[in-house]
Design a protein around this ligand. Structure first.
Ligand SMILES: Nc1nc2c(ncn2[C@@H]2O[C@H](COP(=O)(O)OP(=O)(O)OP(=O)(O)O)[C@@H](O)[C@H]2O)c(=O)[nH]1
Ligand SMILES: [Mg+2]
Length: 371
């Protein structure tokens, strides 16, 4: 990649043309693309500035991954210990944690990886406080657990804003679009009567990513900014719930007030806890499990009983085939059909195909081709 000085010069150049361009419908597209180019350059610069990030490579493991997100000193490391028993240094000052510290929460037969990361601060998106490296860990999460100091609830909208600038969109429906690349024929737009950016804007944005021939199909309304964040910025869309921490510092009425306000503004679940005192931690575990959409199925041999102490874990919407794949790739290839008893079945031992979608608590007998 180009050196720091060249990146900085390019960024200054873009910033200058951005501030000189007046906003109107004709320049809207151009401004959107400038914004996203500037964001990319800022990120590249931030990565160059902080070389310390080498320790940030943590592999996903377990059945699902939750990342703790919060300002410094909010209580993330204290909570990691409560949830998983893993030790991460706790201290009464900011930036105690400087690396990714993994823990494993075993709950109802599922193994949920919990990652403690350094606190996020305002300006993280321009690399402050190792913000871009922290973001690279947050991007892989299946669920975010925001850790908010109950005495400073205004931390929450700031975190959401900062993550958005880092191309991580919290609790927002992913806009649906399909881009079918073609060899020739230019760019064809199928809006399906949705309100979408005009054709020239769509073409300009796609050209920006090196696509000149394709069919674009829109499945919902979309603004130009949303189109840019989706195809140029490669944004991720992640669900997040809130652990309202340090409730031991507020009285009952205070806790309810903060909780209701956060819940209505952020439109997500808020679980009041005290990480240092261990209050309401079991309830938080249950909420994590629920929001991850984890499903347990029990394998039952043809003429035997299921082992209820060993659930097989899949995610909501998972099928019989996914279970077979999880067992062995060979098993998946040789799967013929299955018998299911439980919530997804109409009656006991219903015969179903590999694509049958399972539900929590189902009993499953897999039948294979002889091999
Ligand atoms: N009163 C109270 N203090 C808490 C609670 N949870 C954590 N703390 C204290 O808050 C301070 C910071 O806790 P940490 O767990 O280190 O916070 P952190 O979010 O990991 O901080 P960084 O690593 O700096 O980002 C410590 O002094 C904790 O003892 C809580 O529920 N109540
Ligand atoms: Mg910490």
């Amino acid at each position: 990649m180009a050196d720091k000085r060249v990146l900085q010069e390019k960024l200054d150049e873009l910033q200058e043309s951005y501030s000189k361009t007046k906003y109107n419908k004709a320049t809207n597209k151009y401004l959107g693309i400038l914004r996203s180019k500037m964001a990319k350059l800022r990120r590249a610069l931030a990565e160059k500035k902080s070389k310390k990030g080498a320790g940030f490579g943590v592999k996903k493991s377990g059945d699902a991954t939750v990342v703790l997100v919060g300002f410094p000193n909010a209580g993330k490391s204290s909570l990691l210990k409560q949830l998983t028993g893993a030790e991460s240094k706790v201290a009464d000052y900011a930036f105690t944690t400087l690396d990714v510290i993994p823990g494993m929460l075993e709950y109802k037969g599922a193994r949920i990886q919990v990652l403690d990361v350094p606190g996020l601060i305002e300006g993280a998106h321009i690399g402050k406080g190792a913000g871009t490296q922290v973001a690279s860990v947050i991007r892989v999460a299946d669920l975010l657990l925001f850790v908010i100091d109950a005495t400073v609830p205004e931390q929450m909208p700031k975190l959401v804003e900062e993550l958005s600038l880092l191309d991580i969109k919290v609790n927002r429906q992913k806009p649906r679009i399909m881009v079918e690349e073609k060899k020739s024929g230019g760019i064809v737009v199928e809006s399906n009567k949705h309100r979408v950016p005009d054709r020239r804007e769509v073409i300009a944005v796609l050209n920006e990513t090196g696509v000149y021939n394709c069919k674009v199909i829109f499945y919902n309304d979309m603004t130009l900014d949303e189109l840019i964040e989706l195809v140029v910025d490669n944004a991720v869309y992640t669900k997040g719930i809130i652990a309202l921490n340090k409730i031991d510092l507020l009285d009952k009425i205070g806790i309810e007030q903060v909780r209701n306000e956060l819940e209505s503004k952020q439109k997500t679940q808020v679980v009041p806890i005290s990480a240092s005192k261990g209050t309401n931690i079991e309830n938080l575990k249950e909420r994590l499990f629920e929001n991850l959409g984890i499903i347990r199925v029990y394998l039952k041999p043809k003429d035997g009983n299921a082992d209820f102490s060993k659930p097989f874990i899949i995610r909501e919407g998972g099928s019989v085939l996914q279970v077979a794949k999880g067992l062995h790739t060979k098993a998946a290839k040789n799967l013929k059909y299955a018998y299911v008893t439980g919530r997804s079945a109409k009656f006991s031992d219903q015969k179903v195909g590999p694509e049958h979608v399972l539900q929590d608590g189902d009993l499953l007998t897999l039948v294979f081709e002889k091999f």
